[in-house]
Unconditional design. Structure first.
Ligand code: NAP
Length: 254
């Protein structure tokens, strides 16, 4: 209990999946959560559930790929709490798995704008507030596909960029006591996975197929990732920066 007590935390993509689990877990551990998401219904639902169960949360509608909106919403959040301790960049989309010679300019931009420019904008407007608060922690949700190769070239490239941006930011802001780390989930059962599964075969068939490729024999759950994010957000990781935490049931070791 209270592993992030009194911390003010912004979680992008907090209205669904990994971001939702992280918001609920960190609220249970004493943090106040600002959920930012493009999904109005999901974000309001999660904030409402946290507040009804004794936690503290607010929802802010935001498309992280629009710079002026990120500036506006982050300023609003900082003015409300007069403090910012943690940013979790979790919002992300997958996009097309067409081969690179068939990817359009628009398809490239859509994925890059959310997955890479989004965390850049959010970091850009969080850092001054983290500095004013005496330091903090930024956790970027990348993917094992930011390290491995596969068919979703644009997605994988965006997540690889996010991994490297994390290390650069860790270097640049170490003197300001702001830590940056990336988390690399493997195959996790979330609404995003369910949507992708529905495009191929049934949910059950997708889970069985993916599970067979995972040394631990099962897909991950959102809480498996939320627990890693919580550690990196908390003071338990106060000497950890520029690192990458792989949470994948062993996928990366084979
Ligand atoms: P999810 O359930 O779809 O949740 C992502 C949330 O982000 C959704 O509410 C989504 O809204 C929102 N979002 C999308 N674009 C946005 C934007 N431009 N601005 C603000 N919010 C936006 O996905 P998830 O599976 O939890 O994934 C969370 C993160 O983990 C992503 O970065 C993903 O790449 C990463 N990840 C997931 C897996 C996995 O297996 N699930 C594996 C590795 C990495 P909409 O629903 O309206 O789009």
């Amino acid at each position: 209990m209270n592993r992030v007590k009194h911390k003010i935390v912004i979680i992008t993509g907090g209205g669904s999946g990994i971001g939702e689990s992280t918001a609920k877990l960190m609220a249970r551990e004493g943090a106040t959560i600002a959920i930012v998401d493009i999904d109005e219904e999901g974000g309001s639902r999660v904030a409402g559930e946290i507040n009804r169960t004794g936690g503290k949360a607010g929802f802010y509608h935001l498309d992280v790929s629009i710079e002026k909106d990120v500036e506006k919403v982050f300023t609003e959040i900082y003015k409300k709490y007069n403090k910012l301790d943690v940013l979790v960049n979790c919002a992300g989309i997958v996009g097309s798995d067409a081969p690179p010679h068939e990817i359009t300019n628009e398809q490239w931009d859509t994925v890059m704008n959310t997955n890479l420019k989004g965390p850049f904008f959010c970091t850009k407007y969080a850092v001054p507030y983290l500095k004013k608060s005496g330091g903090g922690s930024v956790v970027n949700v990348s993917s094992i596909m930011g390290i491995l190769a596969g068919p979703t070239m644009v997605y994988n490239t965006s997540k690889s960029g996010l991994r490297h941006m994390t290390k650069n930011d860790a270097y640049i802001y170490a003197k300001d006591n702001i830590r940056f780390n990336s988390v690399h989930p493997g195959y996790i059962i979330t609404p995003l996975f369910k949507k992708l599964a529905a495009e191929k075969d049934s949910f059950e068939e997708s889970v069985t197929r993916e599970s067979q490729m995972i040394p631990m024999g099962r897909m991950g759950m959102p809480d498996d990732i939320a627990n890693g994010i919580l550690y990196l957000a908390s003071d338990e990781s106060s000497y950890v920066t520029g690192s990458e935490l792989i949470i994948d049931g062993g996928c990366m070791i084979v």
